[in-house]
Design a protein around this ligand. Sequence first.
Ligand SMILES: [Zn+2]
Ligand SMILES: [Zn+2]
Length: 263
Amino acid sequence: MRTKTQHKNDNSAEGDVKVGDTEMKMEEGEEGVVPPLVIKKPPVKPKRKYKKRKVDDEEHEENKHISKSIQQRFGKNKNTQELAVIKHTKNQTVKIVNPDAHDNMIERAEELKINKMYQVELRSDALPTAWKCALCHQRTCRDSLGDLFGPYYVQAEEKHWPEFLTKKPAKMARSSSSLIDIWMHGSCALWAPDVHMAANQLENLEEKLNIFWGQSCFVCHQSGASIPVDGKYLHFPCAMKHPGVVLDQSTFTCKTIPAESSR
Ligand SMILES: [Zn+2]
Ligand SMILES: [Zn+2]
């Protein structure tokens, strides 16, 4: 009895460490719980190995498949991978290599063109001005005037300096000019005589603005009046509100309403 229990203990203790030792002790013909341990342990190792190899194979196959499809798509066109190339084939027909890249390139070029059109070129050498209309002195979206458009860059002459937009530089020489950025309401620019839109530029703007800044509005008595009427001048919003004048949309001119009919 004593040896049996001792042996049992020995088995359990050593069996954990080495399989070979456990097998040796089985051959001694002892009865007990040892046999199941011997059967169970050995098959575990090959099973694990087999499973692992299977996963490895699957992964390998998958990787091979991916690499093959990448090679098929890009391998041959390695040199022109980034480029969309238009090739003339033998039949004198045009073939586009890398159509996706071609489409992307066209899209990017179009975006760039549009961005350039709307991109505002900010000039650091211009004097900063108040965000007001350079003609009527009103701010953006006042009454029904809508947004201010700009910035436009003009040389403001010292003679009729637009003080309402920015202070005249202290050391400004006589008859000199200084670059300022200006904004205008769409309607104020539209009704300003001889200021025309060409492409995205306003022609004559600089020259005419320096004249308008020397003209006072007969309604609000402020500078920047552009619309002539009977030898006097008006701002667009002042003309809109004044009951004595009428704006002719077909000719972009302003007329006074005879005193009798205005009553
Ligand atoms: Zn205005
Ligand atoms: Zn006015």
